[in-house]
Design a protein around this ligand. Structure first.
Ligand code: AMP
Length: 270
C-alpha cells in the first residue's frame, strides 16, 4: 500500500484504474467496493477524505470517526494499491467552484440536508479529476447519491464508468454505516426495524398494490418504535419522484433519526 497525501504525488502506471471514494471509518460496505474494484482493475485507488463541504452546520463533521491507521490496514488487506488521504487544505486550497446537479437533488436528502449534494458532487468531481479512474465504485446504500453522481457524469460528459454496488448489511439487516457506531445499545436493538419495514413494503409493492396506506402505516410504526422519520417513500430512479405503485427501476427509500443518529436505507423493488 502506498499512502499519498499530495495531489502531485498521485501517479499510477496501471492501465485500468478502479477508484473507491470514502470518508473512512471503513467497514464491510466500503471493503466490498474495494474488492469489486480489485477484480476489475490493474490499479485500485481508494480515497479517504472527510469532506467538510457536504456536512451541514449542525451535522457531525467534527465528531465523524477518523481511524487512519486502521483504515490503511483494512484497505491494504483487500488489495488497495494507493490510498489517497489528502488534507482539507490540499483539496480546498481556496474557495472552490461548485458543481450543482439539478432536479435529482431537490427532494429527500437534498431537501433535508441543504447544500449536502453540492458538497458531494463537487468533491466527487474533484476526486475523479485528480485520480482519473477508468471506473469508480459507489454503494447503493446512498441511493440518491448514486443517481446524483450518475447525472453529473452524464451532464458534464465526464470520462468515467460508474458501478453501483449492493448494500452490505449486518446479520440483523441493519445497513452498515460509519454512523452506526453512534447508536446506543438500546438504539442498536431498534435500528434493524428500518430494514424490516422496507422488506415488508417491498412485498406489498411487488404484489402490485397501492403503497399509500402502507407507507403511512410504516411511518407510524417507525415513530412508535422511537424513530423521527424524515421520509419514507417509493421513488423512481430516473427523477427520484414519488410514486404509488412499483415500476421498473423504483426503490423504497427511508431516512430517520434515532436519538442523535440519522440513518438512511433503501431497497430496490426488483
Ligand atoms: P462514505 O464513507 O459513507 O462516504 O461511503 C463511501 C462509499 O461506500 C459510498 O459509495 C457509499 O455508498 C458506500 N457505502 C457505505 N455504506 C455501505 C454499505 N453498507 N454497503 C455498500 N456500500 C456502502
Amino acid at each position: 500500500l502506498k499512502v499519498v497525501t499530495q495531489i502531485a504525488d498521485l501517479e499510477h502506471s496501471g492501465q485500468v484504474v478502479g477508484f473507491v471514494p470514502t470518508m473512512g471509518a471503513l467497514h464491510e460496505g466500503h471493503l466490498s467496493l474495494m474488492r469489486k474494484a480489485r477484480t476489475e482493475s490493474d490499479c485500485v485507488v481508494a480515497s479517504l477524505f472527510v469532506n467538510p463541504t457536504q456536512f451541514g452546520k449542525n451535522e457531525d463533521f467534527d465528531k465523524y470517526p477518523r481511524h487512519f491507521d486502521r483504515d490503511a490496514d483494512l484497505a491494504a488487506s483487500v488489495g488497495v494499491d494507493v490510498l489517497f488521504a489528502p488534507s482539507v487544505q490540499e483539496v480546498y486550497p481556496r474557495t472552490s467552484s461548485v458543481v450543482h446537479v439539478p432536479e435529482v437533488t431537490s427532494r429527500w436528502e437534498g431537501a433535508h440536508r441543504p447544500g449536502h449534494f453540492d458538497g458531494v458532487s463537487t468533491v466527487v468531481c474533484k476526486l475523479l479529476n485528480i485520480v482519473r479512474p477508468t471506473k469508480a465504485y459507489f454503494g447503493l446504500k446512498d441511493f440518491q447519491q448514486c443517481r446524483v453522481i450518475e447525472r453529473m457524469v452524464e451532464d458534464l460528459n465526464m470520462p468515467v464508468h460508474l458501478s453501483f454496488e449492493e448494500t452490505v448489511r449486518e446479520p440483523d439487516g441493519l445497513a452498515m454505516s460509519s454512523r452506526n457506531m453512534y447508536l446506543s445499545h438500546e438504539e442498536r436493538q431498534v435500528a434493524p426495524l428500518l430494514h424490516q419495514q422496507l422488506l415488508h413494503l417491498r412485498t406489498v409493492a411487488r404484489g402490485g398494490h397501492s403503497l399509500k396506506a402502507h407507507l403511512e402505516a410504516g411511518h407510524k410504526l417507525l415513530v412508535q418504535a422511537g424513530f423521527v422519520p424524515d421520509y419514507l417513500a417509493l421513488v423512481r430512479w430516473e427523477d427520484l419522484s414519488p410514486i404509488d405503485r412499483a415500476e421498473q427501476r423504483s426503490a423504497l427509500i427511508v431516512a430517520a433519526r434515532l436519538g442523535k443518529t440519522r440513518l438512511i436505507d433503501n431497497l430496490l423493488i426488483y
